[in-house]
Unconditional design. Structure first.
Length: 294
């Protein structure tokens, strides 16, 4: 089997679209269709059902999918291992990061890295931390710098790099802020539950940390709105749509930090790689840059 045919197969399976797969591979849609047709001819079986505009894997396609991933990852591991022998630091480094870390933590590290290693083609992808985990697992990203999962994930090598102190915040004219001005003492967690909040999405690692803290005291949050973008949460909180929990670095004159009767709240940030795969020299140097910037 030609690896280019397998790449086209994976792209179509992941995007569920021939046109989106073509964009991902920088090919025309007919070229992608031809590669899929040739692979189906080689295997003497149909890999996709085409129902109107919808694309779905056949039983044979489902069977081939994990095998195709393993084949391409083995090829990529071999390529990296051979390239590493030269000692040169170059080629493509596909790296994922969250929007918040990419905007507030990485810029000085990336600037120093690109100056020291101009031969590296840095392919930086901004994705949610949860998707970055999956992307490292399936080989889409060689390295990810994101919010770390609350629990270990088998096959991944994870290193905590920073700790974000998270602050309870509200608008200046929010009832909780007014309560503090009248009675300047820490709020109880159950008091927060009496007011709507604006928080990260329900499936995010940060949200799960927040919910675990409240659930430990038998409390349920009242969430009026959610988004995965912390800058958007800050805006919604600052205009009075609800209290929130944000990284300390984001608290400014538009927000009031609410003292709450609970231990300090931190979320771990760091980097992760696949524990069973060969890292390129470019990825190793990026990890060195991260460690130097700790």
């Amino acid at each position: 089997m030609d690896t280019q045919h397998l790449q086209a197969f994976l792209a179509v399976a992941d995007t569920q679209s021939f046109s989106r797969a073509a964009d991902q591979l920088f090919l025309t849609q007919p070229a992608v269709s031809k590669r899929i047709a040739m692979l189906e001819q080689q295997l003497d079986t149909r890999l996709f059902d085409r129902i109107g505009r919808r694309i779905a894997l056949t039983e044979a396609g489902e069977l081939l999918l994990p095998q195709a991933r393993d084949i391409l990852l083995s090829v990529e591991d071999s390529r990296r291992a051979l390239a590493n022998l030269s000692g040169q630091v170059g080629g493509r480094l596909t790296m994922a990061t969250s929007h918040h870390i990419g905007l507030h933590r990485l810029p000085p590290i990336l600037k120093a890295y690109t100056q020291q290693h101009p031969e590296v083609n840095l392919d930086l992808r901004f994705v949610d931390s949860e998707l970055a985990y999956q992307g490292v697992l399936n080989g889409r990203y060689e390295l990810a710098v994101v919010t770390l999962a609350p629990h270990p994930v088998e096959q991944l090598s994870v290193s905590e790099h920073w700790r974000d102190r998270m602050c309870f915040v509200s608008a200046h004219d929010h009832p909780l802020a007014s309560q503090l001005s009248r009675r300047p003492r820490p709020l109880a967690l159950n008091t927060l539950c009496e007011h709507p909040s604006v928080l990260p999405g329900a499936q995010t690692f940060t949200r799960s940390l927040i919910e675990e803290r409240f659930a430990a005291q038998g409390l349920a949050l009242s969430v009026s709105m959610s988004t995965n973008y912390l800058e958007t949460l800050k805006m919604m909180c600052s205009v009075g749509l609800g209290w929130s929990l944000l990284p300390e670095k984001m608290v400014d004159k538009d927000l009031v930090e609410l003292p709450v009767d609970t231990p300090p709240f931190y979320r771990p940030l760091g980097y992760l790689t696949h524990g069973n795969r060969t890292l390129s020299n470019a990825a190793r140097k990026m990890i060195e840059a991260l460690e130097e910037g700790r």
